[in-house]
Ligand binder design. Structure first.
Ligand SMILES: *Cc1c(COP(=O)(O)O)cnc(C)c1O
Length: 231
C-alpha cells in the first residue's frame, strides 16, 4: 500500500465532511451515521491507519484474511464481517468477528447461534437482504424478511442489531435510492411487527453515499474513497 497516513487522514476528513453535509441536507443529525472503513484487500497497515485516526471498527469481507490481519495487528480494533459467509466458515466467524453483517439465510442463523453458544458469546449480527433484487448480489430476498427475523429472534446467542444491503452497481442513482428505501421500509416493518428497535441500517458505499444517507443509513461502509482502488 503506497498510501501514506496523512493521505488517508485527509481522505477520511473529506468523507466525514461529506457525511455531515448530507446529513444536514436531509434533515438528519450527523452523529446518526457512523463510518465503517473497509480494509479488505489491503495490508495490516490499513488497520493501523484506521486505529491511529481514532476509528473504532473496520470492515473485512473474508474470514481468513481478517484473521491473519488481526494476528499481525497489536492495537485495538473491532472487525465486522461484511462479505458473504459460507456455513463451513461460520465457526471461525462466530469466534473472531465483533459483528457479522452478512447473515442471509436461516441455515447460517442456526450455525452462528450454535457456535456463539459453544463459546458463550452473544454475537451481534445484521440480516443482509438483496433489497435491489440484483442477481449478482448476496443477501436474502426481502420476501423472507419476516421468517428470517422470527428465526433470528428465537436464538439465545444472537443479538440482531439491524439490516444490511448492497445496492446494484449502476450509473442510475435512482436504483440505489430505491434499494435503500426498500431496506429502510423493511426495517420499519420488522421493527413494528416484532416490537424491536433494529437501530442499524448498514447501507451506502463510496459510490452511493448520498442516496444511502437520504434513505436513513446509520452506517456507511467505505473502502475505495479512503484507501484507493483495490487490486
Ligand atoms: C468492498 C465493500 C464495500 C466498500 O466498497 P467501496 O466501493 O470500495 O467503498 C462496502 N460493502 C461491502 C459489502 C463491500 O464488499
Amino acid at each position: 500500500m503506497t498510501l501514506t497516513y496523512e493521505e488517508f487522514a485527509n481522505r477520511t476528513d473529506e468523507i466525514r465532511k461529506k457525511i455531515e453535509a448530507y446529513c444536514l441536507s436531509y434533515g438528519r443529525h450527523p452523529q446518526e451515521v457512523t463510518l465503517l472503513p473497509v480494509t479488505k484487500n489491503h495490508p495490516v497497515t490499513a488497520f493501523e491507519y484506521v486505529s491511529r485516526y481514532g476509528l473504532l471498527s473496520a470492515g473485512e469481507n473474508r474470514v481468513q484474511e481478517a484473521m491473519s490481519k488481526k494476528e499481525q495487528f497489536s492495537g485495538q480494533l473491532k472487525i465486522e464481517l461484511i462479505g458473504h459467509l459460507q456455513t463451513n466458515k461460520a465457526k471461525a466467524a462466530a469466534l473472531h468477528f465483533d459483528r457479522i453483517q452478512s447473515v442471509d439465510s436461516i441455515k447460517l442463523i442456526h450455525h452462528l447461534d450454535r457456535h456463539a453458544s459453544e463459546s458463550d458469546r452473544n454475537l451481534p449480527i445484521l440480516l443482509q437482504f438483496n433489497a435491489g433484487n440484483d442477481p449478482a448480489k448476496h443477501g436474502a430476498e426481502i420476501s423472507k424478511a419476516s421468517s428470517m427475523m422470527e428465526e433470528a429472534l428465537s436464538k439465545k446467542n444472537l443479538q440482531i442489531d439491524g439490516l444490511m444491503t448492497i445496492a446494484p452497481f449502476s450509473k442510475d442513482s435512482e436504483i440505489a435510492k430505491r434499494t435503500f428505501m426498500t431496506l429502510r421500509e423493511c426495517r420499519d416493518m420488522l421493527a413494528d411487527q416484532f416490537a424491536v428497535t433494529l437501530p442499524v441500517l448498514s447501507m451506502g458505499m463510496s459510490g452511493d453515499l448520498e442516496e444511502a444517507i437520504a434513505a436513513g443509513s446509520t452506517q456507511v461502509r467505505i473502502g475505495t474513497a479512503l484507501f484507493g482502488s483495490r487490486e
